[in-house]
Every structure is written in C-alpha cells, then in structure tokens.
Write a protein that binds this ligand. Structure first.
Ligand code: ARG
Length: 214
C-alpha cells in the first residue's frame, strides 16, 4: 500500500480527485483504499478503517493533466459519517468564478521538494491565486484554459508537489471553505515563475452534480 493522491469529500459517498491519479487504475477499484480523517499517515495500520471504491468516474474529455479536464469522482461503497476530522467541503456556486479569493491554501502529503518524499504529516501552505493571463505568461509552452486556475509565488519556494495531486486548493470566503481547485500539474515544484496549476472546480460543478446524482 502506498500513498497515491489526495482527494476531497463532496458527498456522503463521493470523493473528488484528479483524473491523472487514476491513470491505469480505471478498472482497478479493488486496489484503492480511501482513508478519511487522517492527519498522519503513520496512523494507518492494518486495522485502520478505510473506504472501498465502488465506482471510478473520470471526466470523459480527460487526456492528460496539462490538457485540462483533470477531474474524477470516486464513489465509496458505504456512506462516510461526518465528524470534525472528516467532512465535506462546499463546492463553489455557479458564477463564483468571478470571486477573487484571497485566503487559499493547498494541502497534502506530497513531496516538500522536487526530489523529496511523501510526508507523514498533512502539510499546508497559503498560496495566492494568479490571473490566467499571468499564468499563461509563465507557461508559454502550454495552453492555460479557462477551466484551470493557477496559484503560487513569483519567486517560487512554496507550491504543491508530487503526491499532492487530487487534493484541494481550498479558499475561505465569509467563513466558509470552498473547493476552488484540484491539484493538477506544474513544471517541477516551487520553481520561480512556474506556478501550480489546478482544475478550476467552479467550471465543473454541473459535471459533479450530474455524476453524483446516481
Ligand atoms: N502531478 C503531481 C502529482 O501527481 C503534483 C502536481 C502539482 N505540481 C505543482 N508543482 N504544483 O502529485
């Protein structure tokens, strides 16, 4: 068993994550375990409860992370009981794409440097959102679509990295945390002028609602 990716609870039986996390695992639901309410990976033992995955739904237009549509849903076999440690995060409302969030955090157990390792303790960093125009200037070799959102520092140094994918870019607005992004890709990690690129969740709210209503 090894750490694969992060994810966010968006319903009693639904986890949203990145499609690229599930590449080659489309038919392998039995190999996956979803752990909720964990802070330290060392809490995970043979007898730690986990959720089995009943269904994997990958966005039908997904090809590769840096082309976009990097979103997937996992349906877990039994409903998750909500506690302070495991609870759903609000989806943005439609049209929230215009909101300028100023309190955004990226979290995960991923590497703390490019040639690093998965962390035992869940990590968090504050990341400023940047405009798609600025992000496009940082990634001339890629198309930054309006379904992507970028965050990071001009000087680099703080970013998501390998192992953080699929996890949330969470922004607090009027006291409520919203799932604004899903950790998707970036050139290396925390390199100057190379922000993190996230799936822009407000563009996928209809897709999430449609696919979780089954
Ligand atoms: N793709 C990586 C993963 O699978 C992480 C992507 C985020 N990279 C970044 N530099 N922001 O975990």
């Amino acid at each position: 068993m090894k750490h694969l990716c992060g994810g966010s609870i968006v319903g009693k039986q639904w986890i949203v994550t990145a499609a690229h996390c599930l590449e080659g695992l489309e038919g392998a639901t039995t190999l996956l375990r979803v752990y909720a309410g964990i802070v330290n990976q060392s809490e995970i033992h043979r007898n730690t409860p986990f959720f089995r995955v009943q269904e994997i739904i990958i966005h039908e237009k997904y090809e590769m992370a840096n082309h976009g549509y990097d979103i997937a849903l996992l349906k877990v076999e039994v409903p998750i009981n909500y506690t302070t440690l495991q609870k759903p995060i609000c989806l943005p409302s439609k049209g929230d794409g215009k909101i300028t969030y100023t309190n955004c955090w990226v979290t995960g157990w991923g590497y703390t440097k490019e040639r690093g390792k998965v962390q035992d303790t869940l990590q968090k960093i504050f990341v400023p959102l940047i405009t798609n125009e600025d992000c496009q200037m940082s990634y001339r070799e890629h198309k930054i679509t309006n379904k992507m959102i970028c965050a990071g520092y001009e000087e680099g140094k703080k970013d998501a990295c390998k192992g953080d994918s699929g996890g949330p870019l969470s922004c607090q607005q009027n006291g409520i945390w919203h799932l604004v992004g899903i950790t998707s890709w970036g050139e290396g990690c925390a390199r100057p002028g190379r922000p993190g690129v996230y799936t822009k969740v407000d563009e996928y709210v209809d897709w999430i609602l449609k696919n979780t209503s089954t």
